[in-house]
Design a protein around this ligand. Structure first.
Ligand code: UD1
Ligand code: PEP
Length: 416
């Protein structure tokens, strides 16, 4: 099993290219199931989750041609309408095949994802929405079995804001009969990216980027070309790394208009940020100041950046309060950070971080994707050597992170 060995205490300096967004690429790949024509994608990140999704889609009969960050999909020969447990258990986003398969082929069988390290993560809202559109759904032997001759447009109000729930229902609605209104829709930029691709494929969607999506179903979709948006979470992760370890780094091929809250918090921490539309430079020459925040849905502070900002807070001047409101168990990194000398206590959904003068390297274990990234940041800021185990979590969602960090002067290597 691969591990990362990091020698901390080195300032970061240079340039990094940001990859395409994992959380946009995954639903967008599933949109390839919605048409018999070819969908040409660029800026697809090279991630384990993308490889897993492509494997799943190939098993269904989707033809896939991949050349680096370019992927062409053709859905003219889909013959298996199933996502088996073996695939879904390694990647929850597999649930995103449910809406497209059901709406185009009238049937789908998808394993229930089950819980994961960060929380129980049910998919009841996906099911409720599809039922409202007329799907007959049974859950048996751990599988969701959905059937509908043709889905019918409906007004759906989800109980809470759900990102993949919105994406699944959006993809179902584009080929449904009549009008679907998704109230309380997620406004994450990744949902918008998917919606933009669907429109390019001939879908009729109004309200893109708002919490009310109005979809007029069409008979069929056609092919399209689309570039996946840059990964805002990867961008913020590198910004935090520089804020924690110090340095001067410019991130290219980024998108700066979706990171307002993260930028505000980094400035509050003392980082100097300069940016244009597609690049951002971060300079940090002092110890960061502690910043408190509360995770919420977009455009609020993203839960997917909570752990990385907490890593910066560990060595900050002052104390901070970090409140996690999206997932019930997303503080798995705290114990590991404390092993590096951090002083964090947890009270319910709040972590209280008392900044310490220094962290000291130690062997630690990654528990989930963003926890892994936060341990990399803590290790870069720590004195001495840190060995991070179970980095398969990191590989799910970061495109060659150690290569990108090495290029800006980090002492980081992948070891077996
Ligand atoms: C592949 C992908 O895009 N993953 C992102 C997506 O996950 P994901 O789409 O799984 O997260 P959701 O937005 O659905 O979850 C938000 C909250 O709603 C709850 N919920 C959700 C659906 C449902 O049917 N019932 C229910 O109770 C969840 O347990 C959670 O507490 O959004 C999360 C929140 O921004 C991010 O952390 C993930 O990185
Ligand atoms: C939680 C995440 O992803 P997923 O929903 O794929 O588990 C994430 O990207 O931080």
């Amino acid at each position: 099993m691969d591990k990362l060995l990091i020698q901390g205490g080195h300032r970061l300096s240079g340039d990094i290219d940001i990859s395409g967004a994992k959380n946009a690429a995954l639903p967008i790949l599933c949109a390839g199931l919605l048409t018999a024509d070819s969908v040409q994608l660029s800026n697809v990140p090279r991630l384990q989750d993308v490889a897993t999704m492509l494997k799943l889609l190939r098993q269904m009969g989707l033809q896939v041609e991949q050349d680096g960050e370019h992927v062409t999909l053709n859905g003219s020969a889909i013959d298996k309408l199933e996502a088996p447990y073996e695939m879904v258990k390694t990647m929850r986003a597999s649930i995103l095949v449910l809406g497209p398969l059901l709406t185009r082929f009238g049937e789908a069988r998808v394993s229930l994802p089950g819980g994961c390290a960060i929380g129980s993560r049910p998919v009841d809202q996906h099911i409720k929405g599809l039922q409202a559109m007329g799907a007959e759904i049974t859950i048996e032997a751990g599988y969701i079995h959905a059937k509908a001759k043709r889905l019918k447009g409906a007004r759906i109000v989800t109980d809470m804001i759900t990102v993949t729930g919105t994406e699944n229902l959006l993809m179902a609605a584009v080929l449904a009969d009549g009008e679907t209104i998704l109230e309380n829709a997620a406004r994450e930029p990744e949902v918008t990216d998917l919606a933009n691709l669907l429109v390019a494929m001939g879908a009729q969607i109004a309200g893109i980027g708002t919490d009310r999506l109005v979809i007029q179903g069409v008979e069929r979709l056609h092919g399209a070309s689309h570039a996946v948006i840059p990964d805002r979470i990867e961008t913020a992760t590198f910004l935090c790394a520089v804020a924690a370890a110090g340095g001067d780094v410019t991130l290219h091929k980024a998108r700066t208009d979706t990171l307002d809250v993260a930028f505000d918090k980094l400035r509050e921490a003392g980082a100097i940020l300069t940016s244009a539309d597609d690049w951002i430079r971060v300079q940090m020459s002092s110890r960061p100041k502690a910043v408190s925040f509360r995770t919420t849905e977009y455009p609020g502070f993203p839960t997917d950046m909570q752990a990385q900002f907490m890593a910066m807070n560990c060595i900050a001047e002052g104390s901070s309060r970090v409140i996690e409101t999206i997932f019930e168990n997303r503080f798995m990194h705290v114990q590991e950070m404390n092993r590096l000398g951090a002083a964090i206590t947890i009270e319910g959904h709040t972590a209280i971080v008392d900044g310490v003068d220094k962290l000291v390297g130690a062997p630690v274990m990654a528990t989930d994707l963003r926890a892994s990234a936060s341990l990399v940041i803590a290790a870069l800021a720590a004195e001495g050597e840190t060995l991070i185990d179970r980095i398969y979590h990191l590989d799910r969602g970061y495109d060659r992170m150690e290569v990108k960090l090495s290029a800006v002067g980090a002492h980081i290597q992948r070891v077996k």
